[in-house]
Design a binder for this molecule. Structure first.
Ligand code: DC
Length: 224
């Protein structure tokens, strides 16, 4: 079973997708981490983000692996060519670079192929991203599009970043999110948009449990 969770940055996708995967015993794939890995590799190796051909060539050579300790359904680490990049892909520098990489059709084709391969190995999997219900798995059994107000999303992402030790102010976080959402929504290749048959869920003011309950109910409806 494929459960697709899409939505803008900081709409609650990761938290909800992880909790849901744990609850129903499904695998979990954070597709954003893959685009972040490509952006990080480009930054580390000095590949100019404006050079689409060079970035796409780089993306085609990278090994991105999700490590599951003790058979946990939730990966405990992300490796890029065997180096642990779990925290390195969550820096403001990667936040700023990732949309430029994610808009490149060749990079997307390489990532989507990997996402489909990973999903094919799982019995049930929760994938979170921007194009899961529209492009990667248009026939997913469950499709959810999470949203939240701009203020709530900025608050959540700010708390997350300060928790990780990055000192940024909330206004900067909010404008960064707006820039990224605009870039992700207006690009030509697989833009951020809700699938016509996705269930829209506004998570503003809802607890994680309330959102997970709502998605789990959708899963139950299609479970034989
Ligand atoms: O979910 P996230 O913030 O970690 O995603 C990082 C970037 O990757 C974001 O700018 C959108 C992009 N992305 C995408 O284009 N397609 C996906 N399936 C997942 C993420």
């Amino acid at each position: 079973m494929i459960i697709a969770i899409d939505g803008p940055a900081a709409s609650g996708k990761s938290t909800v997708a992880r909790a849901l995967a744990r609850r129903i015993g499904a695998h979990y794939l954070d597709t954003g981490a893959m685009y972040r890995a490509v952006a990080l590799a480009a930054l580390q190796r000095g590949v100019p983000l404006a050079d689409e051909h060079a970035v796409a060539t780089l993306a085609g050579t990278l090994s991105i692996e999700f490590i599951h300790a003790d058979d946990s359904p939730i990966p405990t680490a992300v490796l890029l060519d065997n180096a642990d990049i779990t925290t390195a892909i969550r820096t403001p520098a990667v936040d700023d670079a990732v949309s430029a990489v994610a808009r490149m059709p060749e990079v997307r084709a390489a990532m989507v192929a990997q996402q489909r391969r990973i999903a094919a190995e799982a019995n049930a999997i929760v994938l979170e991203g921007r194009d899961i219900g529209t492009v990667v798995f248009p026939h997913a059994e469950v499709k959810v599009f999470l949203t939240a107000s701009a203020g709530e999303r900025a608050r959540r992402r700010h708390a997350e970043m300060t928790g990780r030790g990055h000192s940024v102010d909330e206004d900067t976080v909010r404008s960064g999110l707006q820039r990224r959402d605009h870039a992700d929504s207006s690009r030509e290749a697989a833009p951020l948009t809700a699938a016509e048959d996705a269930v829209m869920l506004d998570t503003t003011g809802l607890s994680v449990t309330e959102v997970v309950d709502a998605v789990a109910a959708l899963v139950e409806r299609v479970t034989p």
